[in-house]
Structure formats: structure tokens, C-alpha cells
Design a protein around this ligand. Sequence first.
Ligand code: HEC
Length: 134
Amino acid sequence: MKPSPVQVRILGLAVGLAFLLPGQARQDLETREIMQHKLQHAQFILRGIALQDWTAIQSNANQLVKLSQMAGWQARQTPEYALFSLEFRRHAENLSKAAKSKNIDAATLAYTQLTFSCVSCHKHLRGDSTAPKG
Ligand code: HEC
């Protein structure tokens, strides 16, 4: 028997809900996915800088900005984490601007600063008190 459109809709809703219900697990997965994508975009940016591929630098930097604004990015609720996130986003925005104006030195500098912000936040996550504060 072919399911009626209503049955299909109910099924769709049930599947959708099942996906949403284990809120915590879903949130964790989202964070992991975001963090993995973050690495890929950063790698593509380095490739873009090496090859002066402005389009690649700009689009990957913009993706990093977007990722840093997602709910799943907020893996910790500390003021430091918020500051590191802000810093990270600022460097990604600078990268995007540098690519737009085809300024390789500015792009390289922003990429280096972005990399420092990766390390600072990860140090903070590991509870390293030598991590620079803000
Ligand atoms: C504002 C904080 C913050 C910044 C900045 C940051 N990360 Fe992360 N990163 C995290 C968190 C949170 C996790 C998840 C691990 C955890 O919860 O302990 C993570 C995990 C990762 C992982 C492991 C992902 C996996 O496979 O599970 C990689 C790789 C990574 N980050 C790379 C980077 C790179 C590269 C940058 C810079 C371009 C960066 N991170 C910047 C917070 C940050």
C-alpha cells in the first residue's frame, strides 16, 4: 500500500524529531563537525595564500567567520572562550578583507594571527594558565 501524503508527512516529522530529541548528543556532534570544518578551511586558506588564490582565501575566511557564529561553536561558557572567539573572528575577517584587496602581506599576517588564536584557545581549553588572556 502506498503511504498517503499525510502519512509521509507524519513520518517526516517523526524522523525530524528523533534527530532533534537527544539534544545534548546532537549538540556535541555539531561542535565536533564545526571544529573539523574549521581545520579544513584553515588548510585551504594556507593553500590559497601560497598560490595567491584570492577567491579561495576569501570564501574560506568567510566560512570561518560563519562557523564561529554558530551555536555549536560555543563549546565553553567562559569569558576567555568568548574573547578567543572574538579574536579568531576578527583575524578571519581581516583575512577576508586582505583577499578582497589582493594584499598578500596583509593576508599572511592575518593568517599567522589566526593561527596564534587557534593555539591560544586550545591552550585555554587544556587549562594552561600561560595562555594569553584577551
Ligand atoms: C575559541 C576557541 C577555539 C579557537 C579559536 C579554535 N579552536 Fe579548535 N577547538 C575548539 C574546541 C572547543 C574544540 C573541541 C575540543 C574540546 O571540546 O575540547 C576544538 C577542536 C579542534 C580540533 C579537533 C577536531 C576533532 O577532530 O574533533 C582541531 C583539529 C582544531 N580544533 C583546530 C583548530 C584550528 C586549526 C584553529 C584555528 C584556525 C582552531 N582550532 C581555533 C576551540 C577553538
